[in-house]
Ligand binder design. Structure first.
Ligand code: CO8
Length: 259
């Protein structure tokens, strides 16, 4: 498929998705969302991808849903847009390898929600993060009320959603939204550094650890622990479990094969 609103490149194990709709600040129009959906299909099937970085480039991450497209929606259309966004965003969240949002500039509304489907967020110090939907007379509709609440707690989530005032990079890190805040011009370098470290880790254990933590967010501790037990047992069928533990006892660095 030829993409008009994003680029998708694979550099060895690193897949990089760059939202590319500069005239509309990377607003997530229906076509862009459908291209993202297509990228998810490629990534889910990929034997090569080990880490994904999503960026919007050096100026803006994404300014949310395309307001010009959404403004005349009726209730049924709004419902269907919301379901579609949930579906695509859930696919991103569930990818079986780590994902990093590299955020410069605005990550607002649906853009902020997209970044929350990633495992890590690295933000520039002048980035602008928030869910300003209330100022448009609506509420977040791509998982924001749920994911932001789990990330930063209900009080901060209510502050951000009910007031609709975005925060800058340093505050986003302080409240637990971002993993790291760095100078604007090194956001992508930092994301690449993190990706390189993650690619050294064994693929099977990474996938199972991610899946188990994602599960923890939505269930009680005992249910989560039984899920963990099953995946802990499962990881012992990987070659890297044998290698990782053997290397420790032999006092050497493990050579993981990601099998
Ligand atoms: N939709 C459509 N066009 C947009 C959007 C948007 N969300 N954001 C910016 N643009 C366009 C502007 O209209 C402008 O176009 P033009 O040059 O043709 O006039 C261009 O991008 C640049 O924007 P500004 O002139 O406003 O640039 P500034 O630097 O002054 O401001 C901001 C940048 C702060 C990003 C500002 O544009 C802004 O506040 N944008 C809207 C942010 C917002 O309210 N987002 C929430 C949208 S609603 C939403 O996301 C609900 C999600 C529902 C689920 C569905 C998910 C897909």
């Amino acid at each position: 498929m030829e993409y008009k609103n994003l680029t998708y490149v694979q550099e060895g194990g690193l897949a990089i998705i760059t939202l590319n709709r500069p005239k509309a600040y990377n607003a997530l129009c229906v076509e862009l969302l459908s291209e993202l959906d297509h990228v998810m299909s490629s990534l889910e099937k990929s034997r090569e991808a080990r880490v994904v970085i999503i960026t919007g480039g050096s100026k803006v991450f994404a300014a949310g849903a395309d307001i010009t497209e959404l403004m005349n929606a009726d209730t049924l259309e709004a419902y269907s847009n919301c379901s579609n966004a949930h579906r695509v965003y859930d696919r991103l969240e569930a990818l079986p390898f780590p994902t990093i949002a590299a955020i410069n500039g605005a990550a607002l509304g649906g853009g902020c929600e997209l970044s929350m489907c990633c495992d890590f967020r690295i933000v520039g110090e002048n980035s602008l993060i928030g869910l300003p939907e209330i100022t448009l007379g609506v509420i977040p509709g791509a998982g924001g009320t749920q994911r932001l609440t789990k990330l930063v707690g209900p009080a901060k989530a209510k502050e951000m959603v009910l007031l609709g005032v975005p925060v800058k990079g340093p505050q986003a890190a302080e409240c637990g939204f971002a993993n790291k805040v760095v100078a604007d011009d090194v956001v992508m370098d930092e994301a690449r550094k993190m990706a390189a470290k993650l690619m050294e880790r064994p693929r099977v254990a990474l996938a199972l650890a991610k899946e188990t933590i994602n599960y923890a967010v939505n269930v009680d501790v005992n249910t989560g622990k039984s899920y963990e037990r099953a995946r802990f047992a499962m990881v012992f069928s990987s070659a890297d479990q044998k290698e990782g533990m053997k290397a420790f006892t032999e006092k050497r660095k493990p050579v993981f094969t990601h099998e």
